[in-house]
Design a protein around this ligand. Structure first.
Ligand SMILES: Cc1ncc(COP(=O)(O)O)c(C=O)c1O
Length: 382
């Protein structure tokens, strides 16, 4: 007898970029050369210092289960990072090490919301937020953010959303790379504080910034949760490691959830990640390349007809308005892949209402690939 898949699982939306990656891979298997502008991850490995630390940890450590909240030395090192980067003094006890920021979403959503709670988030935004919220029985509430406000939530949008229990903020954002200013962060944190809304700030793209200073919600909200990760600036996606800064009164509940859901985050990754904070020169070199890639595409893409681009402050994405070229971004991206050999992600992944007219271009790859993509798109007879 075949048993049915639960309604909850069956209704989870796909992460479309993963489908694009598969389609691009299938074309490569058939012999087509593809330039990958769909992939939202660094093209580099972990920094050398991390790899060395991992090798030495393998030689001396058993690599067993560790504390559910994280290895103390790593929690302390992360706390020091807040002092170094933001001038913020945080006790290491408030740091919780997680399985990437993805693990932190589970822990923060489960520890913050009751079934049926409404949680606001910007559209366009990272698709997993809404898909995880839905899978867990919470209701994502789209804040239709506009280019005038850099596609970021505003107090006004939040006020117009009706009663919500949470706000998810991402600065720099995926897919736009835009940031919220200190003034906006302060205003949003204040509004959330006054109205009993849990602010959850995804700061995974901190460190990849092309000017200005990144603002952490940890400096503005006592009740908020900050989420970060080793995946992007630290170039360690596959090590599956992230962290949260949590209010002290949530610690025990989060610890119990983490014990039961994960036992612990990967021990080898934790032991190695302590070294990541001392690899600034290598990692800042990647950021310089991202900036070069961004500038190259901002100069080159308008000549190909992709001339409505959001200028990113950070991360490694360009968000393109292609509504003058198509009303079906999925088909547009499919044709771009097949006919021009350039893989990008349809905007529908990030904005269900307006994403049929947008796409995301990732510039995390090599600079030569960006130049090749611009050349191919200029030659593409749409
Ligand atoms: C905004 C954002 N948050 C979280 C993640 C997930 O990252 P992690 O590897 O830390 O789970 C991503 C991955 O692309 C992302 O873009």
């Amino acid at each position: 007898m075949t048993l049915k898949v639960s309604q909850r699982a069956a209704s989870v939306s796909p992460f479309i970029v993963m489908d694009v990656m598969r389609a691009a891979y299938e074309r490569e298997v058939q012999g087509q050369n593809i330039v990958h502008l769909e992939v939202g991850q660094p093209s580099t490995s972990a920094p050398k210092g991390v790899i060395e630390a991992a090798k030495s940890a393998l030689d001396r450590d058993r690599i067993g289960y560790v504390d559910a909240l994280g290895i103390p030395a790593l929690r302390e090192r992360i706390a020091r990072h807040y002092a170094d980067i933001y001038g913020l003094s945080l006790p290491a006890e408030r740091i919780v090490v997680t399985q990437g920021s993805s693990g932190a979403f589970l822990l923060s959503f489960l520890s913050s919301f009751e079934p049926g709670d409404r949680v606001a988030l910007a559209a366009p935004g990272y698709p997993a937020y809404r898909n995880i919220l839905s899978a867990l029985g919470f209701e994502p509430v789209d804040l239709l953010a506009d280019i005038e406000h850099k596609f970021q939530p505003t107090v006004e949008l939040l006020r117009n959303a009706g009663r919500v229990e949470g706000l998810i903020l991402a600065s720099p954002s995926n897919p736009t790379g835009t940031t919220v200013s200190e003034t906006e962060m302060r205003a949003l944190a204040h509004y959330c504080g006054v109205h009993g809304i849990r602010l959850i700030s995804d700061e995974i793209y901190h460190g990849i910034l092309f000017g200005g200073a990144t603002v952490t919600a940890a400096a503005y909200s006592d009740s908020g949760i900050v989420i970060n990760s080793f995946s992007k600036y630290f170039s360690m996606t596959g090590w599956r490691l992230g962290w949260m800064v949590v209010p002290p009164d949530m610690l025990r509940a989060i610890e119990c959830l983490a014990q039961n859901l994960f036992i612990s985050a990967p021990a080898l990754s934790q032991l190695a990640a302590i070294a990541a904070f001392d690899c600034k020169d290598e990692l800042d070199g990647h950021v310089r390349r991202y900036r070069e890639n961004r500038d190259l595409l901002l100069a080159g893409l308008p000549k190909t007809g992709l001339d409505r681009l959001t200028v990113p402050d950070g991360a490694f994405y360009l968000y393109a308005d292609v509504s003058h070229l198509t009303n079906d971004s999925r088909e547009f991206c499919r044709r771009m892949l097949v006919e021009a050999g350039v893989a990008t992600t349809p905007g529908l992944d990030f904005d269900r209402q307006r994403g049929h007219g947008t796409l995301r271009i990732s510039f995390a790859g090599a600079t030569a690939e960006m130049a090749e993509a611009a050349r191919r798109l200029a030659a593409w007879k749409r």
